[in-house]
Structure formats: C-alpha cells, structure tokens
Design a protein around this ligand. Sequence first.
Ligand SMILES: Nc1ncnc2c1ncn2[C@@H]1O[C@H](COP(=O)(O)OP(=O)(O)OP(=O)(O)O)[C@@H](O)[C@H]1O
Length: 728
Amino acid sequence: MESKYALTKPPSKLCGSYNSNGMFPVKRKLQNPGNTGIEENGGAKVTKWEWISKNNRLDSSTVTEDNETQNHLQNMQNRSPVKLSPKSQIEEQRQALPVTRVRKNLMQEVYRSDTLLIMGETGSGKTTQIPQFLLASGYGNKGVIAVTQPRRVAAITVARRVSQEQHCQLGDVVGYTVRFEDCTSPKTRIRFMTDGFLLREALADRMLRNYSVIMLDEAHERTISTDVLFGVVKEAQQERRLRSLTPLKVIITSATMDIDHFGEYFGVRGMYLEGRTHPVRVMHTVTTQPDYLHAALVTLFDIHRNTPVNYDVLIFLTGQEEIEAMAHQIRQIAKSNLDTLFGVRVFPLYAQLPQNKQLECFLPAPANARKIVLATNIAETSVTMPGIRCVIDAGYVKRRIYTPSTGLDVLRAVRISQAQAWQRCGRAGRDAPGVCYRTYTQQEMNAFEKMPKPEILRSNICSTVLQLLALGVNCRSFDFLDRPSPEAIEVAYRKLESLGAIQNTSNTPELTPLGRQMAQFPLDPQYSKLLLAAPQFGCMEEMLHLVAVLSGENVFVTSNERREQAALAHAKFQSKHGDHLTLLNVFSAFQKIDKVKLWCHDNFLNTRNLLYAREVRKQLLEIIERLQLQVNSCGENHDQVRKCLLMGLFDNIAELQRDHFYLTITGRQRAKIHPSSVFHGKYRPEYIIYTEILLTERNFLRQVTEISPEWVVEVVPNFVHLSRIKNK
Ligand SMILES: Nc1ncnc2c1ncn2[C@@H]1O[C@H](COP(=O)(O)OP(=O)(O)OP(=O)(O)O)[C@@H](O)[C@H]1O
C-alpha cells in the first residue's frame, strides 16, 4: 500500500480510506423475522443473517453470494495466523508501517519546527514509531522523550511493545509512569505516561526541563489533563526560548482530531499522513436496531460460526454491568452451542477491573479458542490487541456529565461521536485485515456529533483549577483550547474556597497554605483535605489507610458459586458504623499479614487491589513526610475517623426520608444505599456520608457511613447547607 506525506488540510471526512467503496453489506435476519435471535430452549441457536446492499434492497443473496465480502473474508483467511513476534518479524512489521516510509521527511519537519500536528490513520505507527525515530535522531540525549496517553492501559501496553521493538527490558531505555506506578530508571529515554502524570510533573517544573520532546498522543480525546497540557507546553516552550534553554519540541498526534482548530491554537499547519497497514471493511446495519446488545450478540455468534478460530473479536459496550452480563450470556450460549468446532475465551475490559485482569486480553488466545474481548471505551484508542480482526461497535459510551448548578456528576449512556466510531474501527486491522460491524445505520452515524465534547466543558474541574492555581495560573485568563464556562469555573472556585484551599475568589484567587499542600497530592481535593485534616483528629494512620483503599479498585471478591462463604468471610471486617470503617478494618488487617495471597484467598479479598492500596499508601506517606505532617493514630476510637470524613466530604451528606430513600443535602437528589453497602437491607441510619452518588436509571449512594448531625455543626460550622440539618 502506498503512503504519501503531505502538508495538507484534513480530509473532509473524519477518516478516509477504508475499503468500503459504497457497498455497505448489512445484516438482516434470514428466517423467522419474529425470531428474537437466540432460542434458549434445547440449546441456543443464533439467527442467520443475509448480506444486502446499501440501497436496502431485500434480495435473496446470502453471505456466499456477496462476492466482495467473500473475497475480503477469503483474503483474511489466507493470511497465516498471527504469531508472537520474534525479533526479525517485529522489524519487518515496523518497516511496513506507513509512518516508517515517511520517516526522513517527518524528522526534517521535527528539526524545522518546534510544534507539529500530525494526523495519521489508526495503526499507521504514530504512537510506537515516532518516539523511536526521535530517539534514533538524538533527541533522547537532550532530555527524555515523553509520550502521553489518556489511559493507563494504553501507556503500559504501548511501552511494552516499544521496549520489545527496542530489544530492551521494560523500564530500561523505554518505560512508563502512571499514577502510583513508575516503571522507569535513570536510563529511560522514552517515557510513556498518562496525561495526568505529566500535568503533575509541571507542578514541580513549569518548564518541564526534564524533557526534550513532548508528544501528546490521542489529542482528539480532549481529556481535561491533555487540554490543560496544551496550554502548559505552549507556555513552557515560550519560557525556554526566552531563557535560551534547550528548545522543547511539541508533537500533537491523533487519527481523528479537528486539525483546523488545533492549527489555529498552536499557530501551525497540520500534517496529514496517509496510509494504513491493513484494510478494515466497515459494515452498518440497514435498519435501526431496537436492542444494540442483542444485535451485538447475534453478530458475534454469526462471526463465531463462520470464521476461523484465530479471528478474535472485540465488542464495544458501555460499562461493567453490561459487560459482565454479556460475558455470562456468551459463555452460556457457547457452552450449549456445540455445533462449532472451538470454544470461546471471554475477557472483560473496563476501568474498575484490577490492572492484571485488564492486561489479560492483550495475550494471545489459546489455540483452540476464540478470544472475545468485551470492552468499554478504554480500548478505543492507542491499544493494539493481538489477534483482533473483528470489531463490533454498539455505538454507545457511558459519559460523566457534570451539572454545575447541582454540583453533580451524572453517568449516562450516550451515542458516541463519529471520531470515536472511527477509532473503534481502527482496533481491527492492526496485525491483519479486519472487519468492523456497526450495530447502527449509516444514517444514524451521520447524525452523531463529529467529535466528543471536550471533557473540560462537561466535567467537574475542581481538581484542574487547583492544579492550575498551583502553577500560578488563574483559570479565568488561562490560554485554553476551549474555555470552560464562567459558571463552571466559579463553581470550582467556590468548592475550593469551602475546602479552605483558596481565598479571594472574587478578585484574583490565591492558594492558601493549605491549598498549596492539597495540590501536592495526586488526589481529588476532597481526599487531600481528608489527609491534611487528619492530624487534628489524631487519625492520620487511619485516614492514610482509608484514602489509599478508596484510591484503588474494589477490594472485595464476590463469588456466584460461593456467595455465602464470601459473605461470611467479609462479615468479619464489618463495622456497624458503615463502609468506610469496614474498609479500614480490611486494610488494617491486611497490613499485618505476611502471606497475603493465601490470606486474601481465604477471606475473598482481592490481593492485587490491596497490594496496590499498600503502594498508594507508601507514596502518600512520602508526601505527608515531605510536608512534615504528624502521623498519629486514634487507635480504636474510630469516631474520630468518621468526624474527619466530614472535613472533605461535607457536600456528600444525605438524610433518610420517610419512604426509606435518602435525600442528599447539597444536590437534593433522591437515592438509595448501594447494594454493596454493609447497611443494604439492614439498619438505615438517619444521617449518612457517602463517597459517591451514582446517578443512573436508579440512584445509588456508594460507600456510606453513619454520622451524627451534631458533628456537622461541630466539624464544619461554615457548611452552607447547615440549616437544612440543624432545622431537623
Ligand atoms: N502490542 C502490539 N502487538 C503487536 N503489534 C503491535 C502492538 N502495538 C503496535 N503494534 C503494531 O504496530 C502498528 C502501529 O501501532 P501504533 O499504536 O503505533 O499506531 P497508531 O498510528 O498510533 O494508531 P492509533 O491511532 O490507533 O493509536 C499496529 O497497527 C500494529 O500492527
């Protein structure tokens, strides 16, 4: 495949050259239009489909008669199965990447300009190759080459791949750093990291002198951290120029960014890199699917029956519940569906999953089973999962949307953007030709928004405002690519003021000494406040334990088969005052154990997540010692811990109503206690404090603790909604 290098405007379409040439084969049920697709009795059956052409003509052609699709599938079958890469094979793959063919021109451009915007198709080699070109051209001698990713999984897996390509140990020349995990050494020259980590680095050094090049990858994702980094690196470049320091090269990359918008902001032209490694055929349904989960499932089993075992499948869904339910369904159907020659291995992939579990789907599947990955949008950008040839895109994503007027984050399943649809499609065709099945029509896709709305315009920006203030930047005047609304900025300032982090909000907001300390922690300001308040309640040891556990994933293991044993094991740790003290009991016990694996197994606890919490605790303790805070303990007097919780989470108080619902004091939301709570189905305290409110179809308060209303008066007398509690 030819690739060309050109300074050009972006293509009018978001992404161009997929091999679809106007024919969009679509799937229709072949028989029994009333069939639900899967029959449960007597072994599950999967409905057959026929291919029909774009004009929605219902002809009688079946899969075998659609020549184009058949040829494509034939080509796919003719390719040898994907193998693990030995040295020479990796080298061959690298040479074949579109970006490698324009290496010389690209490096000339890097040499000539301080800022580059590069748009290249998914899988063209931007993330893995450009950092290595920079290294080979000597940029690693003047500082470290930083590459940011919006997500941990991407940072870790890409670093692994690049270290393999460099034939070095991970953490040697190539390493990664994500929150609470650093796999680098003094030898590291290419450092993959989350955007959040680089932003924290800027707190220590606004000019980012440690780095010679900063590549902000997946710019189209527009996470808050990447958005703030755009302004931070721009300023660092100017400062370094003014002081005649080593220039900072900035490279912004994506397959689907709005290059005009970025070009205007950075004052440079964009570069479009054409060509992709393998073709991906794109298919839409002809008609709107009333149930995207059902459509995805039927498509999956159609693939399972009609393609060889090494065609692994990646399905994009919205969240943990949906993924776990579908994983269960797939396993059940596969078990009873014995007419296929091979089995399935299902791998869930979502943010709340422990990291080792997340990484399992990156391993090749066993020879006699098809790998099926069920993922949220965390697999949408940057990642390459070996073996994935088919992508099924259900077209939805769960998005956190913040309403400044209520101060609440709402998690909602919404349609993806067109850019996301193309990114999802790009997860196929990475090591062989692929197919992307979209369970929505072309017309539906045309109505999707082009780009996702930047996170900074739809999220709580409290943490960001604090970090910017710590950088000496007033949000009201910061050079944002897209400026958050004045209302959102004011809400964040007010919240920080109520936490005691800033003063003088109406004129020029200033960080208080407490706020300066809060900004040192890689935590939400509410949690930093808990740690900073702990010495006055004599409970720093306990709060450190608790914040460490709250920073990680769920530590409890539930078991469908051994539900009662698990509940019995967990009961040992239960506190009658609620979930926070229960978590504290678990972690305190864990800290005293040597043989952690066995102990966790016996107690139905997640070893990995507890070890992670231990690591987090260690790092938080380092910051606490640096700040010279007193590390005291309240022993068994856990009321002190509960009181201290109010110092950071005072906006998360809820009051029991007559109908057994709770009403949140600040946001006036009705909700129930989450089923995972120790209070669920038992005692209902009159007042509680919660970690999080989940606003979905049914509202839930997660991790709750009983509090006394008098404590609120005592601990946070300035709480603006105090009257709602006092008047009771
Ligand atoms: N972990 C991996 N295992 C096998 N091959 C890989 C791996 N990572 C990358 N590759 C190969 O390198 C190619 C380029 O990947 P890279 O991530 O650099 O592309 P990209 O242009 O950054 O894509 P995207 O825009 O999707 O992030 C892939 O298409 C794949 O062939």
